[in-house]
Design a protein around this ligand. Structure first.
Ligand SMILES: Cc1ncc(COP(=O)(O)O)c(C=O)c1O
Length: 304
């Protein structure tokens, strides 16, 4: 029994996938979190840290930029703790995610997609501006706040270690802010330096294109700035995935495996599938399924 919905964040299931792989591959079902994604963990960590530091007090407003899931998590947490929440996002991200933020009673401000995060017109820069202009507000700032990764160092990392009884050999996770792969990767490498940590990025992102990004459809992932959260020292390699590769695998996961997951999970599964021939029979790879396909149904991604 849990005394609060917030206590039900984490402890997600680890389920075997791709039975024919040369090594074992397990998917961590982060869409089972109450807000429906991995971002519940980092949002709660950043909010509670700010409360402990006295930076966030009753009556204040939470403002941040999000591709959707961090915003949903903040909206859920704000509803429970009594903070108004304002989320800056873009017209690229799914209607369901924006409607979900609103359903928790929070406000969504939509900006055009395209500009890099540092551009004054980006949704991130607009959130920074709004938080400066709004008295009594606090911005967790997921794109710049190292606590975003710390949350996963203390959360999903130790869970993976425990659930696999220390047998995990590979972590394969999507990078958006880079918090998940950096935080969980750091913890796992401290437990066993031989563990391989693999980041999955959008092929058209700022990082993948060495500063010349092009539009891409994959949501919630893609390193679109010189990320302050991404810790390259724990990442052994990146696998870069195109929209087509990620979306095709996402469809396949639903149609052939029964995992109805979002685009970042499709990209991660594609990366794992291509990496699988390099696995030994004793290897145990853990991949992260960040959110559910229910958040993208209106986009028609799953049509046969
Ligand atoms: C569905 C999904 N997967 C993966 C990620 C990437 O996680 P991180 O920001 O920790 O790199 C996000 C981030 O928003 C996400 O929403």
């Amino acid at each position: 029994m849990k005394n609060s919905l917030l206590q039900s964040i984490g402890d997600t299931l680890l389920v075997k996938i791709f039975e024919n792989s040369p090594g074992s591959i397990y998917a961590k079902l982060e869409y089972l979190n109450p807000g429906g994604s991995i971002k519940d963990r980092s949002a709660l960590y950043m909010v509670e840290w700010a409360e402990q530091q006295g930076l966030l007090k009753p009556g204040m407003t939470i403002i941040d930029a999000s591709s959707g899931n961090h915003g949903i998590a903040l909206a859920l947490i704000g509803a429970i703790k009594g903070y108004p929440v304002i989320i800056c996002s873009t017209d690229k991200h799914s209607k369901e995610k924006m409607d979900t933020i609103r359903a928790y009673g929070a406000t969504v401000l939509t900006f055009p997609s395209g500009p890099s995060l540092e551009d004054p017109n980006s949704y991130h820069s607009q959130a920074v501006k709004l938080s400066k202009e709004t008295p009594n507000s606090h911005m967790p700032n997921q794109y710049c706040n190292p606590l975003n990764a710390t949350a996963h160092y203390y959360g999903v990392g130790p869970e993976i270690w425990k659930q696999t009884e220390g047998k995990v050999t590979h972590l394969i996770a999507a990078a958006g802010t880079g918090g998940t792969v950096s935080g969980a990767g750091k913890y796992l490498k401290e437990m066993n330096p031989n563990i391989q940590v693999i980041g999955v990025d959008a092929a058209n992102s700022y990082r993948s294109t060495k500063g010349n990004p092009k539009p891409y459809k994959l949501e919630g992932m893609g390193v679109d700035s010189e990320s302050l959260v991404l810790d390259n020292s724990v990442i052994d390699e990146f696998i870069e995935v195109t929209d087509e590769q990620g979306m095709d695998m996402m469809k396949k996961l639903a149609h052939e495996y029964g995992f109805l997951v979002g685009p970042s999970s499709g990209a991660v599964a594609y990366a794992a599938y291509t990496y699988a021939p390099r696995l030994k029979p004793t290897d145990v790879a853990v991949i992260i399924f960040g959110d559910s396909g229910r958040a993208y149904l209106s986009k028609g991604f799953y049509a046969k």
